[in-house]
Design a protein around this ligand. Structure first.
Ligand SMILES: [Zn+2]
Length: 420
């Protein structure tokens, strides 16, 4: 899970072009308090009609400037996330090679979100914050989107659903995808016929690609709750209308696998329980989930092959170890026994990701690449299981502290430490 994206999920509205150095905020921009301005009341009626939910309480809102909106985002992240959550996530992504070691992970994401954000809904103070300098079309879409979040909060209690819980990354990914998918679906239905999920995905992916300063993995993870959440909401609304979407809030998807495959949500298929890999100096452990795995495998070059391989996901757990400046990551994956994508496909796709960093060493069935900065990156398959180690390396100098031979020993140790 992208922890900062999760934090921003109920905040980020529709994608938009940054405004040109702009008309300053209208000096008398109204505060959407009581009485609600007429155009807002009209927008609420539209959203209530499409979503088939009525507001049960007044909805509060404010128009604010872009710097104030970014400040609000930073404050919300600081309130919701323990500081080490982002530090650990950054280390894991750098160890995995998903982002460059020199990438300023936290600040760059704030910059990206700050440029893209158009509005946010903050469940803590039950208020919508809308950018004051949007053009009329953007302003309308943003208002519609945030109004849906306000209705979600009144009917389904967003605050409790998106509260950060250590080690629950995949469940939070699923919760944010449900919220963003629902809001995006209703917003797009209110301004015209909702596009097919493939079309929306194309539009968002092209937009992220145009932002060359954002690593591919970050762009994809920031937009994933919109893309896959929309597909989930679109499918449910098509098959069972708003009643089915409400049912998804009453029995929410618990994994990103259930978001990606509505049939698995209907069956309420749980994650396989996987214990955190045994490591000394473990500081964090979490699940990538099917979505996190898929986004990582996409770095190998084929979105199609990544999706097929990740579809075999049954459960996974990764652990980060930090000792002084030495950092290492280990990961244990298990495929469903009736999996569409076999564990061998996962290993093959991992090899494609590793290959970006050099020639693959394939000794004793372990695929491995030696990296000067990140340390060895190695994986092996045993039956339904796949194991991976990344590092050790120095998080201060980013100089590898081991080789593929060490990684093979570490993998053997991990496997033998796990009860069959
Ligand atoms: Zn949203």
């Amino acid at each position: 899970m992208n922890r900062l994206a999760w934090c921003a999920v109920f905040l980020l509205s529709c994608a938009r072009e940054p405004t040109t150095p702009s008309a300053p905020a209208a000096p008398n921009a109204p505060s959407i308090t009581d009485p609600m301005p007429k155009e807002m009341r009209a927008a609420l009626r539209r959203v209530e009609g499409i979503r088939e939910l009525k507001a049960t309480k007044p909805i509060f809102g404010k128009y604010i400037s872009r710097p104030d909106l970014l400040a609000m985002l930073r404050k919300h992240a600081a309130d919701e996330l323990p500081p080490e959550a982002l530090v650990h996530e950054e280390l894991v992504l750098k160890l995995l090679g998903a982002i460059p070691t020199e990438y300023a992970f936290v600040e760059s994401q704030f910059q990206t979100l700050g440029a893209e954000i158009a509005g946010l809904y903050v469940p803590i103070d039950k208020t919508m914050y809308l950018l004051s300098d949007l053009d009329p079309q953007e302003a309308e879409a943003t208002l519609l989107h945030e109004l849906v979040h306000a209705l979600q909060d009144q009917h389904f209690d967003l605050r409790n659903r998106i509260h950060y819980k250590k080690g629950s990354g995949d469940a939070l990914s699923a919760a944010s995808a449900l919220g963003e998918g629902d809001a995006t679906y209703v917003m797009l239905s209110a301004v015209g016929a909702p596009p097919t999920p493939a079309l929306l995905r194309l539009a968002i992916t092209e937009r992220m690609k145009s932002k060359s300063s954002i690593p591919e993995y970050i762009g994809n993870s920031l937009s994933s709750s919109y893309i896959y959440g929309y597909e989930f909401a679109y499918t449910l609304a098509r098959d069972g209308g708003m009643g089915m979407l409400n049912h998804a809030w009453e029995r929410p998807p618990t994994t990103s696998e259930q978001i990606l495959h509505t049939a698995k949500w209907r069956l309420n298929e749980p994650a396989l329980p996987i214990a955190a890999p045994a490591m000394d100096h473990k500081v964090d452990d979490d699940s990538l989930g099917e979505l996190g795995l898929r986004l990582y495998l996409e770095l190998g070059g084929s979105k199609h092959d990544a999706a097929i391989a990740a579809a075999g996901w049954g459960g996974d757990r990764g652990a980060l170890s930090v000792f002084g400046e030495t950092v290492q990551f280990a990961w244990h994956y298990r495929a469903d026994s009736d999996a569409q994508g076999s564990p061998a496909l996962v290993l093959g796709e991992l090899a494609s990701v590793f290959r970006r960093d050099g020639t693959i060493d394939n000794t004793n069935g372990v695929v491995c690449v030696n990296r000067a900065k990140g340390g060895p990156l190695a994986a092996v398959q045993r039956g339904l299981d796949v194991w991976l180690v990344a590092g050790p390396t120095s998080s201060r100098t980013w100089q590898s502290q081991a080789t593929c031979a060490d990684a093979r020993t570490a993998l053997a140790k991990l496997i033998s430490a796990t009860a069959p």
